[in-house]
Design a protein around this ligand. Structure first.
Ligand code: GRF
Length: 204
């Protein structure tokens, strides 16, 4: 990795985690990384606008413009490789990536997920936690492997569920936690402080 870790960020939606990362990098000269490209599977994703506002190249690679999923993923990889990223961070990216994608950045793809994994994997983690009736959920930042929301955990933080929570109110409090935990974990990655040993991620 170069002195500054080159980060690609993938977003599908509002991009508040991307914004938290951009802000953390701007505020910390020792962060050790820079966002060199933001890509989305949706041209309308607000995260792309946030990237442009920050002067970061923003690209949309939509599934519908490609023959099949494999072709879409290849196009996504090609678009990212143009910017020579050392690592890829998924910040609310709502599509799965395969081993072909991961092979370009081994142990260098990070995801933020709004539950305490391994509980409540998948796209509706906040709703599922509420429906299950758990009293505590939270935020997990983890390395991505070929299974959904499964790779080695970098860090987790708990969020208590309140009696009157609905999906929006709970997700908002989880996001407030994510906005600290996610940049913190990406900073550790950029600084070369993560070592992966099987399912265990050690922080030095
Ligand atoms: C986050 O809660 C993330 O964990 C989940 O989707 C949400 C994305 O939010 N996968 P944003 O686009 O960063 O605002």
């Amino acid at each position: 990795m170069s002195a500054q870790t080159r980060l690609a960020v993938l977003v599908s939606g509002s991009g508040t985690n991307l914004q938290a990362l951009l802000d953390a990098i701007a505020a910390d000269p020792d962060f050790g990384g820079e966002v060199v490209v933001v890509a989305s599977d949706r041209a309308s994703a607000q995260g792309l606008e946030r990237a442009r506002d920050a002067g970061v190249p923003a690209v949309a690679i939509e599934l519908g413009d490609h023959l099949d999923r494999a072709a879409w993923e290849q196009a996504l990889v090609a678009a990212l490789l143009e910017h020579r990223p050392d690592a890829v961070v998924l910040a609310g990216f709502m599509r799965l990536v395969t081993g072909a994608f991961l092979s370009h950045w081994p142990d260098r793809v990070v995801n933020t997920h709004p539950s305490l994994l391994p509980a409540f994997r998948g796209a509706h983690a906040v709703r599922d936690a509420l429906e299950y009736g758990v009293k505590v959920t939270g935020s997990t930042v983890h390395l991505v492997d070929e299974k959904v929301d499964h790779g080695p955990v970098i860090a987790q933080r708990a969020v208590e569920i309140r009696e009157d929570d609905d999906e929006d109110s709970l997700h908002e409090r989880i996001k407030a936690v994510e906005h600290e935990l996610f940049p913190h974990c990406v900073r550790l990655l950029c600084q070369g402080r993560l070592t992966v040993d099987g399912r265990h991620v050690r922080v030095s």
